[in-house]
Design a protein around this ligand. Structure first.
Ligand code: SF4
Length: 387
């Protein structure tokens, strides 16, 4: 049987500096490890692919960390390994996350030439005070300078990441960031509500009172303002935190939200394939050492995997509901659900669904179940009942 199309996530765990809000698995001052890391990664890709290049890939997402710290030669090696060891769809979406400071026309054209066709840029804010608080490497002028070069290099599918709900941020500075973003007219916009993550300087500063705690009501107002401005500018919201021009949905992330299989490689990556959820070694040094071991486990597990859990049907259904309800328009497709699980969702959870429809939290039509706008704020209540 031909396996269904998979997504492939590659984690590049290096950054030049650490942002003050960031709790991702990423490390500074480790640049000298990058060549050995790329060797290990190429090896892991070959192992994850298995003996035959028969795992179809519909999307590849190189994230981090800062993938734009790798040279064009290193990217070429990674992408050619994928092409030769997986069945990469000719129209595959191949995305890369980048830091604005790493980009110039030569590098951008090189990435495009190697096969990347979707670029994500960590803009985060157009406000210098906010960028300094985050200890971002770039200032906003850099984004303004590189924007035309991104288009000139041939990228016609570009995402900008923005952060809202941060200390000192006002509705006005957020509006300015949104205005600046719309001036660039990107194809896709992802909004991140700032979280105060354990172990980050930003959380410590909020706790010791040196910066103000973000205000939840103001953060909700910022989300509403973004929804209004992006809608007026012709962007279509398709997920709780994601907007795009028609036809520019991130296909890689849709794979996650539809709870479909993805392979994860690189330190601290997560995967869901072959009926198993798994995660890999966090430390880049130990990751490199592990990839020198002989593989013993079957697809999709590699020597980098430190934890794996088989997913039974009940958990697969729960994950499908939890992820799918993030999709604001598509939600859960009733036919797709019935074909996948051999049972209608309305038969399985009819009573609970009816209760939340009546309470105005869920919307059901012939083809989909979605959260209503009010339901998005109370999604935990709906999911608790459903799962
Ligand atoms: S660039 Fe991204 S991954 Fe690196 S420290 Fe900043 S937020 Fe984290």
């Amino acid at each position: 049987m031909t396996p269904s199309p998979h997504a492939l996530y590659i984690h590049i765990p290096f950054c030049t500096t650490k942002c003050t809000y960031c709790a991702f698995n990423t490390y500074t001052h480790l640049e000298t490890l990058i060549p050995a890391f790329v060797d290990a990664l190429v090896n892991e890709l070959k192992i994850a692919a298995g003996e035959q290049p028969n795992t179809p890939l519909a999307t590849v997402f190189v994230g981090g960390g800062t993938p734009s710290l790798l040279t064009l030669e290193q990217h070429a090696r990674i992408l050619s390994t994928i092409r030769s060891h997986f069945d990469l769809d000719t129209g595959a979406e191949i995305s890369i996350e980048t830091n604005p400071n790493d980009l110039d026309l030569t590098y951008l054209s090189g990435l495009r030439h190697e096969g990347y066709n979707r670029l994500s840029v960590g803009m985060q804010s157009a406000n210098e005070r906010e960028l300094r608080l985050f200890a971002r490497r770039h200032d906003h002028a850099v984004v303004t300078q590189i924007w035309p070069l991104i288009r000139q290099a041939g990228f016609d599918n570009v995402n900008l990441d923005l952060i809202y709900g941060s200390p000192f941020q006002t509705l006005d500075t957020w509006r300015q960031t949104l205005d600046e973003t719309l001036r660039f007219a990107p194809d896709h916009i992802s909004l991140y509500a700032l979280g105060l993550e354990d172990g980050t300087p930003l959380k410590a500063w909020v706790e010791d009172g040196s910066v103000p705690r973000p205000d939840d009501d103001l953060t909700a107002d910022m989300y509403d303002l973004a929804t209004e401005m992006l809608d007026q500018a012709g962007y279509r919201q398709y997920e709780i935190s994601n907007w795009c021009k028609p036809g520019h949905e991130c296909r890689h992330n849709l794979q996650y939200w539809r709870n479909l299989p993805y392979i994860g490689v690189g330190p601290g990556a997560h995967g869901y394939a072959g009926g198993v959820r798994y995660s890999t070694e966090l430390s880049p040094q130990r990751y490199v050492r592990r990839l020198q071991e002989t593989p013993v486990n079957p697809f999709p597990l590699t020597p980098a995997v430190i934890e794996s859990t088989p997913v039974d049907r009940a958990n697969e259904i729960a994950d499908t509901l939890m992820m799918g309800l993030r999709l604001t328009r598509e939600g859960i497709e009733l036919d797709t659900f019935a074909a996948r699980f051999g049972v209608s969702l309305l038969e399985l959870h009819g009573e609970v669904i009816a209760k939340h429809v009546q309470a105005g939290l869920l919307h059901v039509d012939d083809a989909h179940i979605t959260l209503t706008e009010r339901g998005r704020f109370l999604s935990n209540v709906v999911l608790r009942d459903l799962i």
